[in-house]
Design a protein around this ligand. Sequence first.
Ligand code: SAH
Ligand code: SF4
Ligand code: F3S
Length: 474
Amino acid sequence: MKKNVQISSVELEKQISFMAQIKALNTEEKYVYIQTFGCQQNEADSERLLGMAAQMGYMRVSDAEKADLILINTCAVREHAELKALSITGNFKHCKEKNPSLIIGICGCMVSQEHRLGDIKKRYPYVDFLLGTTLIHRFPEILSSVITQKKRFFWIDPDTAVIAEELPVQREKGGSSAWVSVMYGCNNFCTYCIVPYVRGRERSRRPQAILDEIRALIADGVKEITLLGQNVNSYSPCEPEDYDFSDLLTDICALEGEAIIHFMTSHPKDATHKLIDVIAANPPAKNKIGISRRFHLPLQSGNDRILKAMNRRYDSARYLSLVSYMREKMPDIAITTDIIVGFPTETEEEFQDTLKVISTVRYDNIYSFIYSKRNGTPAAEMEDQVPDEIKSERMRRLLDLQGAISKEKNSDYVGKVLRGLVEGRSKTNPLRLTARTENNRLIHFEGDDSLIGEYADFFIEEAEAHELFGKLVK
Ligand code: SAH
Ligand code: SF4
Ligand code: F3S
């Protein structure tokens, strides 16, 4: 049987008492400012950090200058993400100069790398603590240590892989939607990727804990829930034995209420027909919990030699057959993917294989990334790194191809009526609102704020590659 990695009740009690101790010290109103980089896992972690901060008497502020506590939750997936986090950290130096009692802490994936420790200790002397991803349940303890001992603390331990249930959470995603982590960590070691080194080994939450959390969210009026994990298809709790991600989805869909379930991310090597069948059997419907018709299935490369060098453990034929099976079962499913351009040794012909798969699948959207060398990963050591100009040129061609496909696919909706959940004011034109369809299309329309959080029907008048424009149907 798998090891239970839940933190002990003694550990939980210890953190709860640190929270009470800090709350007692904070006799006046205190403020926390948080900046989050990276993926949804980090967003979910920030909600837990804010939840614990709230219990310790810190209210959230959107202005760092007013804060008594600044938290920077970092990402390390590409160099650009790290550079951004470091530059933001640099910006907070003046806050500390103005307010010497300000506490600054860096959490997340960037500081879970050994080589960052010394670097931050030396170059950022105004940073009070570093807390690795696998230790965030010990946030009250590290904060108490900083406050009472007036010293700096640097705690990272990517090899501890624990699960901390029952910590307070302050949900930020918005009233009608929420994240729910189902598992943490990754065991796949794709050769380009830093995540397994900074998030520790895979561990899955108990199904009962997940079901209880979802039940409570639905009772609170949440309508969309995104299940999170680096590879949700390898969800595998200690018990029941042989219980997998499709079983979890089945159990979630059997709960009472009305909500749509999304999940990410799926690894093609572990996506099964059983999983696809469960999704197909549980469409979203009135008074039911259903699974959205969106499937994010990262391809990374369409060339079999590169896939092997990436240690992805599937080939393009397996990938394409999964896509065919999905479309056979759910013709309306929206499929999206991640692509890495310019993996070391990638030739022009091999890159063209990726374009071929893109043309065959005709994705609804692609998240494409220029390969970024990550310290300590096998790909960083490979000879024949692809020159920057070639990587950028390949990226441009890939974006052009996908732009044309997305526009064509979106044009099919012109003249049709689509249903969507109204999200809020449009970021590009505040006179409009936006709604998101079940298959993740963004619709811009004119309407009033009372619609936010509601489902509505829209007549589509115009289509661009990344958005639709429509009218509310009365
Ligand atoms: N667990 C998820 C992905 C997490 S990282 C999965 O396996 O699909 C999100 C995406 O970032 C990856 O899918 C990959 O496309 C990209 N990525 C990861 N490491 C990268 C690197 N070193 N350079 C460029 N892109 C990278
Ligand atoms: Fe990274 Fe691969 Fe794990 Fe995804 S599956 S997090 S790409 S190692
Ligand atoms: Fe970044 Fe960590 Fe997510 S490296 S992508 S924040 S798991």
